[in-house]
Structures are given as structure tokens and as C-alpha cells.
Design a protein around this ligand. Structure first.
Ligand SMILES: *Cc1c(COP(=O)(O)O)cnc(C)c1O
Length: 233
């Protein structure tokens, strides 16, 4: 674990410096970008190391795995970044700071019902399929502006912005139009609803610098931090 600690410390420093470089190219402040360390491939012990090393925002794509790690990792702020089944809302929403992956109107309405009953709106992002890949979830970009009209009526959710995944491309520059598109959609939705919508969750290990240049406020990084550090799961 000592070894994992030093490897992870170095990788976190390298990633932070790459984020700072992208911010500087875009005239942004590095403090405007939150690093979400995606722990889905590593043990709770390795996830805990990330928190100890100053990366408290952790992301999981499967609710059950998030429940397990949330119980085992002290001091983390959790982000759900993968599909949430409606029957898992009750157990998941109380554990997470943000659900990045609201991918249907049905799920949005179910979260609204939960948030109303709980007396506290659930913070969420709407996942948009900007790349058009059939394998990826999320709202059709064409459907997003019309959704805006419904959002104001939802007292049980707090829609904080949008999330997307770019198609993998060996040349990260190829992802730029996907990220620019998400930002444009957010700007249009903001104009239509008057909601501040401050967050753009976009950028993974392969393409986070381009995403930051295009306005990402949350980058979701797994491989670049944790490759080879699986630990015992
Ligand atoms: C796994 C995952 C990531 C992290 O991907 P890497 O390429 O390993 O950085 C980011 N976002 C989502 C939704 C994921 O499922």
C-alpha cells in the first residue's frame, strides 16, 4: 500500500498540473474544476488513499458498489456517474452529493418524488448523449431544450447542469465538438429556464484536457489515476 500511495500521489499531482495547464490555456481558474476520482476498478482501500491524498470527490458508476465503498471510505464526497435504477433511489440519493447520470424523464420524475418526500431536493445533472453513439445513455440533445420547461416545476430535484461522455478517440482533439456541444446546450437551457446550471461534467482520462478547455467543471478520471492499483476487491 505504501507503493500504491506514492504512485497515486504522483499521478494526482500530474493530473492536477495538466488540469491547471488546460485552465491556463482557456483563461480559467483551476479551482473551478473539480476532480472526481472514479474508483470503480479499485478496492475501498485504494479509494481511501485518494481521499487521504487530497482527492475527496469519488465517483462510482454502479449503485451497489457505491453503497459498499461509501460504508468503507471515510471522508469521501460521492458522485454517482452511471445508470440509476429507480428502485435504488432510496438507498443511493442520501449517500451522494451529485447524481451525474439522470438519463430519462422517468428517472428525473422519480428523483423529484423522492426529493419532495425527503424535504430536500436531490442535486442532479442531466446526461446528454452528445456523441450520438447508440451504446451510450442519456437524453437526445434535441430533447433537452423542451425539458427545460418542466424543470422549474420539480421541487424535489436541483438540476445543476449537464453531463456527457465523448466517443473514445485516440486523438483527444476529436472530442472537442462533443464538449462544445454540451456547453452550448447548457447555455441554451440556462437562457430558457433562468436556472444557473453551473456544472458541466465532461472529460475522462483520454480527453479531460480538451474538456477543461471547453468549460468542464467536473472531470471524471479513472484509468489515469488508478491503472494497475486494483487492490483486493
Ligand atoms: C469509468 C467512467 C469514467 C472514467 O473513465 P476513465 O477513462 O477510466 O477515466 C468516467 N465517467 C464514467 C461515466 C465512467 O463510467
Amino acid at each position: 500500500m505504501t507503493d500504491a500511495r506514492s504512485v497515486l500521489a504522483e499521478r494526482l499531482a500530474a493530473v492536477r498540473s495538466r488540469i491547471a495547464g488546460a485552465c491556463s490555456r482557456a483563461g480559467r481558474a483551476p479551482s473551478d474544476v473539480t476532480l472526481v476520482a472514479v474508483t470503480k476498478t479499485v478496492s475501498a482501500e485504494v479509494a481511501a488513499l485518494a481521499v487521504e491524498l487530497g482527492a475527496p470527490h469519488l465517483g462510482e458508476n454502479r449503485p451497489q458498489e457505491l453503497w459498499k465503498k461509501a460504508a468503507a471510505v471515510p471522508g469521501a464526497t460521492w458522485h454517482l456517474i452511471g445508470h440509476l435504477q429507480r428502485n435504488k433511489i432510496d438507498r443511493t440519493a442520501p449517500l451522494v452529493a451529485l447524481v451525474h447520470s439522470v438519463d430519462s424523464e422517468r428517472l428525473l420524475l422519480a428523483l423529484d418524488t423522492f426529493g419532495r418526500a425527503a424535504g430536500a431536493p436531490v442535486p442532479v445533472l442531466l446526461e446528454v448523449n452528445c456523441s450520438g453513439e447508440a451504446s451510450k445513455g442519456g437524453f437526445d440533445p434535441a430533447a433537452v431544450p423542451a425539458l427545460g420547461d418542466a424543470l422549474a416545476a420539480l421541487a424535489g430535484v436541483s438540476v445543476r447542469g449537464l453531463m456527457t461522455m465523448a466517443a473514445y478517440d485516440a486523438n483527444p482533439e476529436a472530442t472537442r465538438p462533443t464538449f462544445a456541444r454540451l456547453r452550448a446546450l447548457r447555455d441554451a437551457l440556462r437562457a430558457r429556464t433562468g436556472l444557473p446550471l453551473p456544472e458541466l461534467s465532461m472529460g475522462m482520462s483520454n480527453d479531460f484536457e480538451v474538456a477543461v478547455e471547453e468549460g468542464a467543471t467536473l472531470v471524471r478520471l479513472g484509468t489515469v489515476l488508478f491503472e494497475g492499483l486494483e487492490g483486493d476487491r
